[in-house]
Design a protein around this ligand. Structure first.
Ligand SMILES: Cc1cc2nc3c(=O)[nH]c(=O)nc-3n(C[C@H](O)[C@H](O)[C@H](O)COP(=O)(O)O)c2cc1C
Length: 206
């Protein structure tokens, strides 16, 4: 592991009362750097059988105090979330030597919010969303391409219909840990834990 030297110490006295404010600062720092996907986060879900599963999704902003992302509700993650709303999220920004870990529960966003976002996306993304039966096995690449071509033809002169199986989730956090690398191995870890509607800040050993 590299020596982390970029950041001043992360002190309890510097922390805002709610984690959202600090996360917004850290996200803004990441977005300001030349990074491929500064809003990429790992989303871990747990299926009805207790098996965990993780993949990257893109953070698409806050809804109330939750973190949103968009996906196919019938995908592997969608099926997991229908059975178990508990999730974990992880951001890692190597250039900033910072990690944020979040635990919470995911709820579907209101359909009107998802629909609004769907129509802000470029047409190719809309066509991709209606075409892909995300996470299912497909026999060949050609089958997928043919389905996309058919949808392109079908909606050539028309609005792409909003798919009922697609939309956003909002993750309401109950735990948010801010990790920052420091010289040596004693990195800073400060976590916000939700208790009776307010946030408690605790330092964790690295
Ligand atoms: C950088 C990056 C961003 C991604 N963003 C999303 C996203 O916002 N939503 C999504 O459904 N999949 C996204 N994916 C694809 C997922 O990682 C994953 O392959 C897909 O959602 C299917 O996951 P599942 O089968 O576990 O449901 C992204 C992948 C990468 C590498």
């Amino acid at each position: 592991m590299a020596q982390f030297t970029k950041n001043p110490p992360l002190n309890e006295s510097d922390l805002p009362p709610a984690p959202r404010t600090l996360l917004e600062h850290w996200l803004a720092d990441a977005v300001a750097l030349p990074m491929q996907e500064p809003t990429a986060m790992t989303l871990a879900t747990v299926g009805a059988d207790g098996a965990p599963s993780a993949r990257i999704v893109l953070f698409k902003g806050f809804h109330e105090d939750g973190l949103t992302f968009y996906t196919n509700y019938e995908s592997h993650k969608g099926i997991d979330l229908a059975a178990n709303a508990k999730v974990a999220l992880v951001f890692w920004w190597d250039k900033l030597e910072r990690q944020v870990r979040i635990e919470g529960h995911a709820q579907k966003l209101p359909e009107a919010v998802s629909r609004n976002y769907f129509y802000q996306r470029i047409r190719d993304s809309q066509l991709g969303a209606i075409t892909s039966q995300q996470s299912r096995v497909v026999a060949t690449r050609e089958e997928l391409d043919a389905r996309l071509d058919a949808n392109e033809q079908r909606y050539r002169e028309a609005e792409v219909p909003f798919p009922p199986f697609w939309g956003g989730y909002n993750v309401t956090p109950t735990l948010v840990e801010f990790w920052q690398g420091r010289h040596g191995r004693l990195h800073d870890r400060l976590q916000y834990r939700s208790k009776n509607g307010s946030w408690i800040v605790e330092r964790l050993e690295p």
